[in-house]
Design a binder for this molecule. Structure first.
Ligand code: HEC
Ligand SMILES: [Cu+2]
Length: 336
């Protein structure tokens, strides 16, 4: 009966959210029904002119009964709190084996990029049954990434990363909307989510025009934008070695400690003066007006790859050796 009113159920989170939604709806309906029945019963029983007894009070209910129903209600509400809380919290933490897709929102389109560098506009292809982590940022205004069939909505902010994840449970094509008013053509900021079998997705991915993968792109930028001039271990400048940085706790000059996550690395590039690493001079220039959001995403992906060692990036910080396994002359965009 509800199926025609509800959007598709196309992710594991959607099923969870719906169960919770219908349970709350059912419970609220039961309570409102009880209240309505009582209102009607008493309205009839004590209507004007009826002979109902209006004099003596009902027998006082036992203390055990009072404690019992209060405790039960409390328990039911605590249970609802726990249930809703845990299902929403699990929606925040992507599983470790999730694949990553980057999303950049701008007026008025969605740009997505897959781990091998394949890019799409207003489309997102993803495999069925595989957790997908979305790392999102905006080039201009605040947008919001909304996939109703997945019960996922997450704001996308300029100058910052937000993350969400999903695991598709249904093949097909689903809506993607911008759910935050972001200017004239906000209502046309639409996209399609295409869920394919993992085999089809792998085939689709390899058939895309050869994009350079994010971390490789970042490795090239690291050399061409002059980062390696300071950060390479061989550099005469006293600057931190970035290998193994990602995920580590960093001691800052002002005594605070922070975890080196995507946002921290991004801020280190854009506002180096804000979180100065203990033991170093604040000599790093800001790259805020020099690098695009896409370039920063690539640099962050590169620095992250130095920590995890995934996909062959190796300890490649020395200039000219930035892309492992390739002659340096061939590195994309790298100028001699
Ligand atoms: C002029 C030298 C210089 C250049 C060029 C430079 N950096 Fe830095 N960088 C530093 C120094 C010094 C620090 C430590 C002090 C601080 O945190 O500001 C640092 C800190 C960092 C940190 C934080 C490191 C940590 O251990 O927490 C990151 C990340 C970073 N730089 C990335 C980059 C990237 C990416 C580029 C190129 C776009 C770059 N840097 C260009 C000198 C430089
Ligand atoms: Cu928008």
């Amino acid at each position: 009966m509800f199926s025609s009113l509800m959007p598709d159920v196309a992710s594991t989170q959607a099923a969870k959210t719906d169960t919770l939604f219908f349970a709350l709806l059912g419970l609220s309906s039961a309570i409102i029904l009880l209240v309505l029945v009582l209102v009607a019963t008493f309205a009839i029983r004590y209507r004007r002119g009826s002979r109902a007894n209006r004099g003596s009070l009902p027998p006082i209910l036992s203390r055990e009964f009072e404690i019992g129903w209060t405790a039960t209600t409390l328990f039911v509400f605590l249970f609802l709190f726990w249930w809703a809380g845990s299902s929403q919290l699990s929606a925040l933490a992507p599983p470790k084996d999730a694949i990553e897709i980057h999303v950049v929102a701008k007026q008025w389109m969605w740009k997505t990029q897959h781990s091998n560098g394949a890019r799409e506009i207003n489309e997102l292809h993803a495999p069925l049954g595989v957790p997908v982590r979305l790392i999102m940022t905006s080039q201009d205004a605040i947008h919001s990434f909304f996939m109703p069939a997945f019960r996922i909505k997450k704001d996308v902010l300029p100058g910052r990363y937000t993350e969400t994840w999903f695991e598709a449970s249904k093949l097909g094509v689903f809506h993607l909307f911008c759910a935050e008013f972001c200017g004239t053509d906000h209502s046309r900021m639409l996209g399609r989510i295409v869920i394919m079998t993992p085999e089809d997705y792998a085939r689709w991915l390899t058939a895309q025009p050869e994009g350079d993968d994010l971390a490789h792109e970042g490795a090239a930028l690291f050399a061409t934008r002059g980062c390696s001039g300071c950060h390479a271990p061989s550099s005469p400048v006293h600057a931190p070695n970035l290998a193994g940085l990602y995920g580590r706790t960093v001691q800052l000059a002002d005594g605070r400690t922070v975890t080196a996550d995507d946002a921290y690395i991004r801020d280190s590039i854009l506002q180096p003066g804000r979180d100065v690493v203990a033991g170093y001079e604040a000599i790093m220039p800001s790259f805020a007006s020099i690098l695009s959001d896409g370039e920063i995403q690539s640099l962050v992906a590169y620095i992250r790859s130095l920590a995890t060692g995934q996909a062959g990036r190796g300890p490649a910080l020395a200039p000219g050796n930035a892309i492992e396994g390739r002659p340096s002359g061939e590195s994309d965009g790298a100028k001699p």
